[in-house]
Design a protein around this ligand. Sequence first.
Ligand SMILES: [Zn+2]
Ligand SMILES: [Zn+2]
Length: 288
Amino acid sequence: MKNILFYKYTNIQNLNDFKEQQFKLCKRLHLLGTILIAKEGINGCLSGNEKDTKKYMDLLDKNPKFKDVKFKVTKAHKSTFKRLSVRIRKEIVTSRLKVNLKKAAPYIEPKQLKNLLESKEDVILLDARNNYEYDIGKFKHAIHLDLDTFRQFPSKINQFKNINNIKNKKIVTYCTGGVRCEKASAFLREEGFTDVHQLHGGILAYGNEVGNEHWQGKCFVFDKRGAIEIDPNNQSELISQCILCHLPNADYHNCKLTTCDKRFIACEDCLKTLKHCCSKNCRNILYR
Ligand SMILES: [Zn+2]
Ligand SMILES: [Zn+2]
């Protein structure tokens, strides 16, 4: 089984027809997962067998509108998704950022980034993801903006841009598969940052093409796998710990106490001890 992750910003005119067509195609190829479509483009994560996922990628590539989509392919043991969903949205990734996508920063390819990180050149690696993603895995020395959601990106950048002389520094933005960085990097350039680049295909492309050098921890993914190794052939050292025993772990859970609902990391044993709550306190409230 394979998982494929992809996006493309392109003008889509007739959303309902396109939705129907994508749904039928995925059904025919026995693909499961989620496709978001909007007037601005397509963002998808699908799983299926090797032959069918390849067929899907070939077909999309044949459509001039979707030429040169960078597919991120990862191995999956069993189907990551239980069903197929094709949805129409306002944006293919929620940002509420009104940016001109033509301003998106030039790409830096994974291999180029590796070389850059091994050179003496001064570079700021800017993680455009949310804090819970960053907490379990990131590029070494990357900085982040402590985002709860990507919607906070503009306001956090407004604080960031006051750092002395930062606007002329070389900045490389990255996210999981690249879709957020198109908008994030365009926003940075609109805000006057002069030397911005975006990692083409994001962390997953880096893992596939380069491996896990300069990376630490796991990569958070928005499906039931939770977190994956970026390099299928090499394990990275974990950087996050179980909330209770503090041993290395990267498995997220949500507190069973619904009034809390906090996202937390716990190992299996401690999860049992905590009865799926984020703390003894929450457990005691729930099982009072
Ligand atoms: Zn534990
Ligand atoms: Zn809790």
